[in-house]
Structure formats: C-alpha cells, structure tokens
Design a protein around this ligand. Sequence first.
Ligand code: MGD
Ligand code: MGD
Ligand code: SF4
Ligand code: MO
Length: 714
Amino acid sequence: MDTEKLIKGKIACEETGIEIKKSICSICNPHSHCGLDLYVKDGEIIKVEGTLEHKNSGGTLCSKGASTRQYVYSPDRIKHPMKRVGEKGTGRFEEISWEEAYSVIADKFNKLKKEEGPEEAAFFVGYTKWIRPFVQRLAYAYGSPNYCTESCTCFKAMYMSWLLDYGSFAYPDLPNTNCLLVWSSNPFYTNSTQARAILDKKENGMKMIVVDPRVTPMAAHADIHLKLKPGTDGALALAMARVIISEELYDKDFVSRYVHGFDEYREYALTFTPEKAEEITGVPAERILEAARMYAETKPAAFMPSSAPVVHHTNGLQNYRAAMLLIALTGNIDVKGGNVFKDTTWLETASGFPTRTKEYQTPPKPLSEYAPRLGAEEFPVWMELTDDAHGGRLHGQILDEKPYPIKYLMAFGINHRMWPDTERTANALKKLEFFVDVDIFFTETCKYADIVLPACTSVERGELKTYPNGYVLYTTPAIAPLYESKSDTDVIFELAKRLDIGDDLMRKGYEHNLDWILEPSGITLSELKGLPSGVMAPQTPLKFKKYEEEGFHTPSGKVECVSEVIKKLQPSCSPLPVYKPSKMSETAQPELAKKYPFILNTGSRLPMYQHSEMFRLPWIQSLRPMPSADINKDDAAGLGVGQGDEISISTPKGRIKVKANISELVQTGVVSIYHDYAGADVNTLIEADYLDPISGFPGFKSLLCKVEKAGGRE
Ligand SMILES: Nc1nc2c(c(=O)[nH]1)N[C@H]1C(S)=C(S)[C@@H](COP(=O)(O)OP(=O)(O)OC[C@H]3O[C@@H](n4cnc5c(=O)[nH]c(N)nc54)[C@H](O)[C@@H]3O)O[C@H]1N2
Ligand SMILES: Nc1nc2c(c(=O)[nH]1)N[C@H]1C(S)=C(S)[C@@H](COP(=O)(O)OP(=O)(O)OC[C@H]3O[C@@H](n4cnc5c(=O)[nH]c(N)nc54)[C@H](O)[C@@H]3O)O[C@H]1N2
Ligand code: SF4
Ligand SMILES: [Mo]
C-alpha cells in the first residue's frame, strides 16, 4: 500500500513513522484512569484509542478520554511561566523564564520563612492527586503545617466517618460479595472501570441495593432502589438498623463482643420506625423493610460508599456514620465478601502491596510542634483523624487572619469555584501577598495569581499508577511537554532544591523519591519502565477478623456507635450518629421553605464533565446545553417551563440563570445542577458557613431554593 494511504489511515508502522505510545487518562476518578494508546507522529498525537490490554479499562474510553487531543492541544493551555503585571483578576501577565520564576518563588518563600514564619505560607493541591505526597512533604519540610487539598470537600469526611466508627477505612470486597449496598455512588458516570466490575457481578447473581435520590444507571441495575430525599440518609440508615435489630437479624455475637455503645444506639435507632422514616425520607416503609432484610440476610454483604454525596450535607458525617454502622450490625466487617481493611499503597489506593508512602508523608517533627493547622480550632475531630490542614478554612484565615495571617499560597491546580461563596474565595485570593498557581490551563483563578506556571498533562509526564486490584504501571511521556510546560514534579523537586528545607531525600529528585517509596514492594521504577502496559503486583494475602487479636483502632478498641473521639473533642455534638435534617430544609426552616420551596442538589456528576476542566472542549460542549439544570417534568409543568427554557434559581444569597432540562430522573421538588459553570456558578448561591460542624464539609447537596421561569427559549 502506498505510504500516503497508510498515513491517511493513521496506521502505526515503520513506513508511516506513526508510533503507538502507552499512557493513561488521568482526567477523572483515580480508580478509573483508563489506558490510552496514543498514535504519535513527529511528536504530535494524531489519534487516541483505549488500551486493550489495560487490566481495568480494557480498551474503553469515555467522552472525556476520547477528547484527549482537544484537552492536550487546548488553546487555553498555559504556554510559558508568567508574572502578573496588571491588577489582580484582570488577567494581564507577562512571560518570564523558568529561571526567573524559580528564583522569585524561592527568594520570597525563604524570606517569609526567615522573617515571618513558614506557617504563613499555605500549600494547596486541587483535584489532581498524583503529586500530593510530594507537596505535603515539601510543605512540612519547609516548616508549614498548612498543606491542604480539595479533599476538604471530598473523600475526607467519608474517611472520618470510617475512622470514627471503625478506626480504619474498610473497603467493599466486591469480588467476593453476594450483596452490595451502594450508598450513593454512580460509577457508570464517575468510575467506569468499577461499573464494569459491578455489571459482571450482577450477571453472576449479586444482589444490589442502591440509595440515591435520582434514577441513575446504577439505580437502574439495582434489585432495590431507595429513592430518598437528599440529605435524609441518616434517617433511612437508622430505620434499616431498627428493622435489623427488632427482627433479630443482627449478629448478636459480634455486637456483644465488639461494639461499643450498642445499648444507647439501639434505643435511638428504635425510634426510627419505617413509617417515621418514610415521612422523612420519602422512601415507602415497605421498601425500607425489604432492603434491610435483603442486606442483613444475604451473606456476605458489602457496603459501597462514595467520596461526596452523603457528606455534602450539614449532617453528612453523622448520616454516613449511621449508614456504615449497618456493616457491624450484620457482622460484615473484616470478613471475606464484606468490608475489609487493607493498607493503602499509594495515593489513598489499597493495591495490596506495601510501600513507604505513610513514612514519606510523615512530618520531620510531630505536627503538634508546628503552628496550629488551618481549621485547628473549628474542626478538632479533623485534626485528630487526619494529618493535613483543613482547606475549607483557607479563605477564612486569609481574610480574618486568625490565629495568624496566611500571606502566601503555592497551589497546584486551584479552582476558586469549588467552595461555597465563590466571591469570598476570590476576595481571599486577591488579598494574598504572594500567590503561585501551577495549572495546565489559564483559568479564571490564575488571574488572581502573581506567578502562573504551566503544568503538562498526564500524557506528557511520567507517573506511577497503582489500582485497587493490584495493577501497577509507570507511564513515560508519550510526547514531550508542550510549549514550555513542565511536569508538576519538576516544579516540586526544583523547589525542594531551592527552598530552605533541609530534606536530603527530596533533593535527590522525583524518580529517586519514587523508588524510595516503592522499596518495600520489591518493585523498581526501572522495571516498571520496561513494562509500558503495567504489571499485576504480587499481593500481600488478606487476613480476616483481625479484630479478634488486635481489636479495632478506635479509643475503645471496638466499633464505636458512641464515638469517644467526638465525645472528647467536640462535646457540643452527639457521639451517637444522630439524624438531623439539613440546616436549610423545610423541616428546619418551614417559613423560609414557603419562599424557597425547592431542594437544591448540586454537583451530581455528569459523564462528560469533570468539575471545571471540560467545558472548554468542543466535543464536550456538543453533548449538553450549558449551563443547564435538571428539573422534574411535573415541576416544570407547574412552572410553565418547557425544555430549554431559561429558568432562574435563587436562594437568599443570590440568583443564577440556566436552561431547564426536563427529566424524570430527578424527583419532584428537587432541582439538580452541575457546579463550576462560569456564567451560572451554583456556589455563588451557598453561604460560606453552610457546613457540617464536625467535618467542615459544605452542604452542597441540600438547601432551599426558588425556581422561576426566566423567559426566552432557544
Ligand atoms: N464524570 C465525572 N466523574 C467524576 C467526577 C466528575 O466531575 N465527573 N468527579 C470525581 C469526584 S471528585 C467524585 S467525589 C466522584 C463522585 O462520585 P459519585 O459519588 O459516584 O458521583 P455523584 O454523582 O457525585 O454522586 C452519586 C449519586 O449520589 C446521589 N446523591 C445526591 N445527593 C444525595 C444524597 O443526599 N444522598 C444520597 N444517598 N445520594 C445522593 C446523586 O444523585 C448521584 O447519582 O466522582 C469522580 N468522578
Ligand atoms: N456545588 C458543588 N461544589 C463542589 C462539589 C459539588 O458536588 N457541588 N464537589 C466538590 C468535590 S467532591 C470536589 S473533588 C471539588 C473539585 O475539585 P477541583 O479542584 O475544583 O477540580 P478541577 O476543576 O477538576 O481541578 C482544579 C484545577 O486543577 C487543574 N489541573 C488538572 N490536572 C492538573 C495537573 O495535573 N496539574 C496541575 N497543576 N493542575 C491540574 C485544572 O485545570 C483545574 O484548574 O469540587 C467540590 N465542589
Ligand atoms: S473514565 Fe473517561 S475521564 Fe475517566 S479516566 Fe477513563 S477515559 Fe479518562
Ligand atoms: Mo470529589
């Protein structure tokens, strides 16, 4: 065949000079991170396919991954290091060299440390997770306890619920379970490789209960769908507990030996009759009974949580604690096919082999010897259970300077729309004396920075990836970093050389650090580099019922229905997993609900979006009108709203206008909207202090709003 035809057909072979390079898409959930086959010619990606031999994604890609070329070659890419020359927020920047950028940053940070104190600098990492241990170590070595991440609105509150109840995170043992209780997760949109595994299990007879206010692909596959009102999870869980206790379906032996505070919990749970729960949650009592029986009677059963939706409520942490206690009640903890304890390998992923990640992240001196972390006073339970600062307090402390000012911020991918009260966040960023933002794209948040640095994408860098099933790989750049961009790790390890940190390990560079972390696993980076499609790492065999020897890692050594940590550190909150309606709900504020009768549920994931990142891509734009919100067809009819009509959504704090997407998937009385739309940012409608008092997580997923027809159809 002639070469021209082969090139036109994008055939990879010697004649065409087209090579297939292996990489990963790191756009969404780190547990997905699908394999990419990139067809590269003359240093340019000309075609994208999924990697067939990738153990988890098996050749599939979603709309986001399929848009990789638009992502990588986006005109919004930051091309050079830049310094701000105009007013903050106006976006006037001037190109500078990397050398100038590094020396300005190093001089400033070293001076701050010497003259005012390293704690006045905060370090932040946004959704991107792959660099977190390095940034955390850099911050601690520099002397600042204020390393914080986007996980102040994600994952950590769920993790805290596990720690309070069980002392450790307990993973659902999906491969071995016969019944999966999915407490709000929709992996078909958010973690596609997990959805594949669940479909396989369903085909083999696994039962599935899904707790979700909306009809989702996951709910559609469920044997029982508990379609509750947003934020009422605690009441539903307690009613299920009541059924399990009163019908004597609970594991009496386990409970009597290993559960702390059971009598108080039982007494409280017994007040949640299925009928009362029906009134609160909207789930028919009969369905609650059915679900409780199915979960308690099918052995073994596993509980599948999610990082976000349940804890995005003002009573979110306690609601999740209540749901998680169903596991102990039925004796499904630390047993095969139930929820099992596994040590994390790398980046919060338990891949079944040991590494030195924890040691790597441990500060050189106890955290108690540093200045108080962000949120130390407001969120004592967080401080006890986690080792980072509370990013939800970042803007507050920049603005109010209590107990001391935060003047500098070194951020890797910060999006000021991710927190409630966007304007306040922007004002805090404006107030900073020195703000460095490292991002792939020139975002609106970059406009508040003093120095902006161009990061490259996952296909332009080398990255260690470990998956929950023990699959591990190390990517090598498929193309050289575009323009003057660099890998985040180049920036971090260059700063490690230039900052006054005294950390010999960090000075040895990125790859040396990774090898140090991997050392106990016996896997080396050079080995991984020779295996571009990755390898299944040998697994440390799981031991079950470890509690028989070592108890649970809680203060009482048992599963805690009554949390001794809450009792001691936050006595204003109940140590029991009590149910309270959302602070802004019809039950809590009936007068307000007359004026704002809808429940506003924000941020439920859509398959084509990833927070603030994808709106800029033409293929993605073509998939759904932007901005838009889902509203039930009956509500739409009541408001006289047709498909695509403009509606306004308002709260006492503000108003946005979006297009109506009429849907039967969302229940009546609820309006569901994605976050991060620049022209219709739902976080401008939420007060900064609308938070869960224990976790400090924002109540993103239930507040009151008004919906009106705004006029004009497209
Ligand atoms: N495509 C895509 N994938 C993503 C992301 C993305 O932005 N886009 N983001 C990633 C991130 S950061 C996260 S945290 C995960 C989230 O992953 P998931 O938790 O799987 O996704 P969500 O859509 O946030 O929430 C799951 C379900 O919770 C339901 N829900 C909403 N409110 C409530 C409630 O009050 N109670 C209960 N029980 N359920 C509720 C929603 O209807 C939704 O169907 O997804 C990750 N993956
Ligand atoms: N109303 C409402 N608000 C929410 C939520 C909700 O459900 N409702 N969800 C919350 C949750 S769970 C989460 S996780 C957060 C989302 O967390 P965010 O951190 O807001 O997520 P992104 O917008 O994906 O990423 C932030 C920035 O990181 C940049 N970035 C991406 N990859 C890289 C990289 O490799 N290196 C560098 N340096 N930068 C990179 C992106 O370009 C972007 O500017 O939003 C939270 N906010
Ligand atoms: S599911 Fe889509 S966005 Fe997520 S890693 Fe896979 S291809 Fe990328
Ligand atoms: Mo998240």
